[in-house]
Design a protein around this ligand. Structure first.
Ligand code: GRF
Length: 203
């Protein structure tokens, strides 16, 4: 029987600042034998966050590049991160609760190769406090969006969305929990489809 050589998995880096629950779901899905991507490194801009331990426990390299020593020079901080990604032959960046505004330099360098998950049904509620804003507005539904990262914050083209009901009595915390569960399903599936499409586009 002729055997097909398996296509190498797309090498993904996940950038985090905190608990890394989305990161963990990306890592787990990428470890399936037939996944089209694998998470090869996790980088946090905050030391000792729970996400770093979760990544290591899953066997993934986890590094900290604190932003504080760079003061206002955000690009210098990103250049250090970028060098680590290039050294590891990273092909796609997945932001997962990375709480830093990105410079045009990083966004342009990774244009079309960087995605983010945002806890709202974009274009509704870019920025912070999305759940409180959705409840305050009286919305019947909330959700999350995976999108390509462009220079405008939470503005890039959507790749996928998941919707959840806003229930009577919800506060921002109960709604966040319901949306998080949807995020953990949406992000790996959307990232897998994204990298698979990228693979097809190449000769
Ligand atoms: C998620 O709600 C995500 O949508 C937002 O930041 C949060 C990260 O949570 N961008 P976690 O660290 O993945 O638990």
């Amino acid at each position: 029987m002729p055997t097909e050589t398996a296509k190498p998995k797309t090498r993904v880096a996940v950038l985090i600042s905190g608990s890394g629950t989305n990161m963990a779901s990306l890592i787990a899905a990428g470890q399936a034998a037939d996944a089209p991507y694998e998470v090869v490194v996790v980088i946090s801009n905050v030391a000792d966050v729970a996400g770093l331990e979760k990544a290591r426990a899953a066997g993934v390299e986890a590094l900290t590049v604190e932003h504080k020593p760079f003061g206002k020079d955000r690009e210098a901080h990103e250049r250090v991160i970028d060098a680590l990604l290039v050294e590891r032959n990273v092909e796609v960046i997945a932001l997962a609760g990375y709480m830093r505004l990105l410079t045009p330099w990083l966004v342009q360098k990774w244009a079309g190769r960087m995605v983010n998950i945002h806890p709202s049904l974009l274009p509704l509620y870019p920025g912070l406090n999305t759940h409180a804003r959705a409840i305050e507005a009286g919305d019947a539904e909330a959700g999350c969006t995976v999108h390509v990262v462009t220079e405008g914050v939470d503005e890039g083209p959507a790749l996928g969305q998941a919707r959840v009901a806003i229930l009577p009595g919800d506060d921002a915390d109960t709604l966040a929990e319901r949306v998080k569960a949807a995020e953990h399903a949406l992000y790996p599936q959307t990232l897998a489809a994204f990298v698979a499409r990228q693979g097809q586009a190449q000769p």
